[in-house]
Design a protein around this ligand. Structure first.
Ligand SMILES: Nc1nc2c([nH]c(=O)n2[C@H]2C[C@H](O)[C@@H](COP(=O)(O)OP(=O)(O)OP(=O)(O)O)O2)c(=O)[nH]1
Length: 137
């Protein structure tokens, strides 16, 4: 698929101990059952941070207060060509709830499986952010 990529806002909620929140894609979506960072497609006219805030409210009932752009990855799936804008947030309000019936879990260095293909390398890069400066990291 070679059309223009679809922009997707993706958020990494990071607790002070480095754990991050992953969700499992619900039934009915491509790659149902795969784990991902919460997020979704940016709507026309919307900026990426606002898309991120909207998706977190819709999916998890969480208000993201601040987030910093971290990295951008493009991936061509059979169902879509996506451009993923990953943000890291350490500041949010509310406890995540499963508003779309999805499972979610706070994860440390080990990973759940299977992960969406475009997200796999991100977990390794993330270890460099969350465990930077720690002995043995
Ligand atoms: N949220 C999220 N999406 C990811 C990740 N990695 C990855 O390849 N993707 C892809 C999967 C999808 O093709 C796309 C996200 O689109 P989506 O279908 O989940 O978005 P949405 O919630 O807006 O869906 P919908 O309204 O169309 O049902 O990005 C990730 O870590 N998180």
């Amino acid at each position: 698929m070679s059309e223009k990529p679809v922009d997707v806002a993706v958020g990494v909620l990071m607790r002070p101990n480095g754990d991050v929140l992953l969700g499992q894609r619900p039934d009915g979506k491509p790659y149902a059952g795969y784990w991902e960072f919460p997020g979704g497609k940016v709507e026309p006219g919307e900026d990426i941070f606002h898309a991120l805030q909207r998706e977190f409210v819709e999916e998890l009932g969480v208000k993201v207060i601040s987030a910093e752009p971290w990295c951008c990855v493009e991936h061509v799936y059979e169902h879509a060509h996506v451009r993923l804008y990953f943000y890291i947030s350490r500041e949010w309000e509310g406890e995540p709830q499963s508003l779309e019936g999805q499972a979610f879990a706070w994860q440390g260095a080990y990973a759940v499986s299977p992960l969406l293909p475009a997200t796999i390398p991100l977990l390794e890069w993330l270890d460099q952010v969350r465990y930077a400066g720690r002995a043995g990291a």
